[in-house]
Structure formats: structure tokens, C-alpha cells
Ligand binder design. Structure first.
Ligand SMILES: Cc1cc(CN)n(C)n1
Length: 329
């Protein structure tokens, strides 16, 4: 068995990617953010305060004949960007891309932080990280993918995220036609709940890769490519108008500049992110100052290969072999 779901950028800056997910009987379809950097499936629901849920599609367990309360279970989560949510737990049937998991823990939000209240294009997240990262207490729950893996043709999924285009999450198979290059594999470290890996080196503007390794995570739920300051500086030293903007909390530059590409080595392959993908968006509607897709990870303590990097590749999240595959797109 396999599953295949389309995913779409939420806005002109590709801030996040929205995928439709069916929950319950009859199906309640919610727009969710697939996040390989976390391990909880949580949704806005009939239990979310009305003022917070305004403008969001919500899940009502009481309207699903297959919903069951997971009594005594609660959850609470905080993300790297300080957004947070918490609540209680149901189990219900969850279908993604035509593949159904019958008894999936669906975490219902009784509290959501402002960032989520304001982000009305999504109704929650589907965590695609490792089960060890699940935040349900007293008994942590499995992710949708973990529950699905043993029934899928292969225990893996792929992410094909695109700039201002429809992409896909495929489960149980690899559509190699989505990639230009060969898929290179490297070990994945799931011990922290993330898809951790080590890139073997990097280069700016098509130069030869150096051998300075970068350890980080492949995170579909983070918009940017977040790397150490020395790499960020090496990149923006090639961008004449680049400067750090305190109010934007990041490097900005003239939108008219031609940005150099950024490449990294992984699994014996070289992934090159084009300069266009590294110009994320004007800092405000109509501004001629643009915000960089590559920013510093110094304040986070972990390097994050977020959507800006993932858009350049077909990425294979191979749970069965505990490895990540990367191919140039
Ligand atoms: C809601 C959310 C998810 C992520 C990435 N794991 N961030 C940074 N924020």
C-alpha cells in the first residue's frame, strides 16, 4: 500500500506548506502543516476556545462515529519559534493521500498560542518526526507515519516541496521521476526526535565544495535554511547590499540583486539551492528590500535545513533504514 498527497505553499513567501488530511467518520477535512521536525498530530477542534478558533477549520470528535477519547491523556508542545499549543487526546481514523490509519492519536487543542491563532491557513500539524519526540502524557503516542509504516509498501516517505507550485508527500514509495539527480543516502539520527544528519561540506556560487561538515536536521516545518554564522557570513559577503536588519531579525538585501547559489554535500551528492530560492520575499508588500532564505542558527543551537533547502531536492525520509536520501531537483 502507498499514499500520495499534494502539498501547497501557504503564501507568496512559501512560509509553510498545506496538506489536506481527513479525520473521522464522516471525514472532516483539515488543512495541516506536515512537520518532520516534531512528532505530534494536533488540530484546532470543537474544544479550542471560540475566540482562538475563529477563521480556522476545526475537528469535532463528537461528530465522528469513530472518535474515542483517550482518557487521562494530555499534551503540550513548544516549537523552536516559541509557538505552543496543548490539550487532550482522541483516537480516530486519519487518512492522508488515500492511506488510512484506523486508530491514530489526534491531539485536540484546548489552548493555542497567538502565532497559531493568527495563522488561519492551517488547522494544526502532522508531526513526521520520530516517536520519541511525541509530547502526549502519561503514554506517548505514535506518529501517523509510524503507525502506517508497517503497512506501507516500504517504510519511508518523500517530500517534494516546491517554490510557488504544488508539490507532494508520498508514502511507501519513491517517485524518482521527481528528481533530476541520483538519490544519495546518509544515516539519519532520530535520537532527539528529529531527522538529524551531517552534510559533508558546502560552497557558495558554484565553487568546489569544502570539507567543513554541517550537522543539522531536515525540517519541513521550518521555512528557512538556518546555519552557523561563519557560513551565513561567507554567503552574504557575496551580496553587495546585504546587511543585518534588527527589526526583521535577519539579513536583508536589495531585491534587485542576483544572489549566488548555495550548495551542500550529502550522501555523495551535491544539492545546489539556486539564488532565486534564497531570495525569500520582500520584507513588506511592495518593498524593494528582500529577506534572505539563509539565516543564522546561532540563537537556536541546532542547524535547520528547512523548506528553503528542501525545495532544491527530493528528500527521502527512510525510517526502515534510518537514513535520509537527497536528490537534486
Ligand atoms: C509550528 C512550528 C513547527 C516548527 C518546525 N518544527 N516550527 C519552527 N514552528
Amino acid at each position: 500500500q502507498t499514499g500520495s498527497a499534494n502539498t501547497n505553499p501557504s503564501d507568496s513567501a512559501d512560509d509553510e506548506y498545506i496538506t489536506s488530511v481527513s479525520i473521522g467518520t464522516p471525514a472532516q477535512v483539515l488543512p495541516l502543516d506536515f512537520d518532520t521536525g516534531s512528532s505530534d498530530l494536533w488540530v484546532f477542534s470543537s474544544e479550542t476556545p471560540k475566540s482562538s478558533a475563529s477563521g480556522h477549520v476545526t475537528y469535532s470528535p463528537s461528530k465522528s462515529s469513530t472518535a474515542k477519547k483517550l482518557s487521562g491523556s494530555t499534551w503540550s508542545i513548544e516549537y523552536g519559534d516559541k509557538s505552543s499549543s496543548s490539550g487532550d487526546v482522541y483516537t480516530d481514523v486519519v487518512t492522508i493521500g488515500g492511506f488510512s490509519v484506523k486508530t491514530q492519536a489526534v491531539e485536540s487543542a484546548t489552548k493555542v498560542s497567538t502565532q497559531f491563532v493568527q495563522d488561519t491557513v492551517i488547522s494544526g500539524l502532522v508531526g513526521l518526526g520520530f516517536d520519541i519526540g511525541n509530547q502526549v502524557s502519561p503514554r506517548p503516542q505514535k506518529t501517523w507515519f509510524s503507525n502506517a509504516a508497517s503497512s506501507l509498501a516500504e517504510p519511508l516517505f518523500t517530500a517534494d516541496l516546491r517554490h510557488q507550485e504544488t508539490g507532494s508527500y508520498n508514502f511507501g514509495f519513491i517517485d524518482t521521476s521527481l528528481a533530476k539527480g541520483t538519490i544519495g543516502y546518509t544515516p539519519a539520527d532520530g535520537s532527539e526526535g528529529y531527522w538529524g544528519f551531517t552534510a559533508t561540506g558546502y560552497s557558495v556560487g558554484g565553487a568546489q565544495l569544502n570539507r567543513n561538515s554541517i550537522t543539522g536536521i531536515a525540517d519541513t516545518g521550518t521555512t528557512l535554511l538556518l546555519l552557523p554564522d561563519n557560513i551565513v557570513d561567507a554567503y552574504y559577503n557575496n551580496v553587495e547590499s546585504a546587511e543585518y536588519d534588527d527589526s526583521q531579525e535577519g539579513v536583508v538585501f536589495d531585491c534587485s540583486e542576483d544572489l549566488p547559489s548555495f550548495s551542500f554535500g550529502v550522501g555523495g551528492q551535491t544539492i545546489t539551492i539556486s539564488g532565486d530560492l534564497l531570495n525569500l520575499t520582500p520584507i513588506e508588500e511592495g518593498s524593494s528590500t528582500c529577506f534572505g532564505g539563509l539565516q543564522s542558527s546561532a540563537d537556536i543551537g541546532i542547524n535547520i535545513f528547512g523548506d528553503v533547502a528542501l525545495k532544491a531536492a527530493l528528500v527521502v525520509f527512510d525510517l526502515g533504514n534510518e537514513r535520509l536520501g537527497w536528490a537534486q531537483k
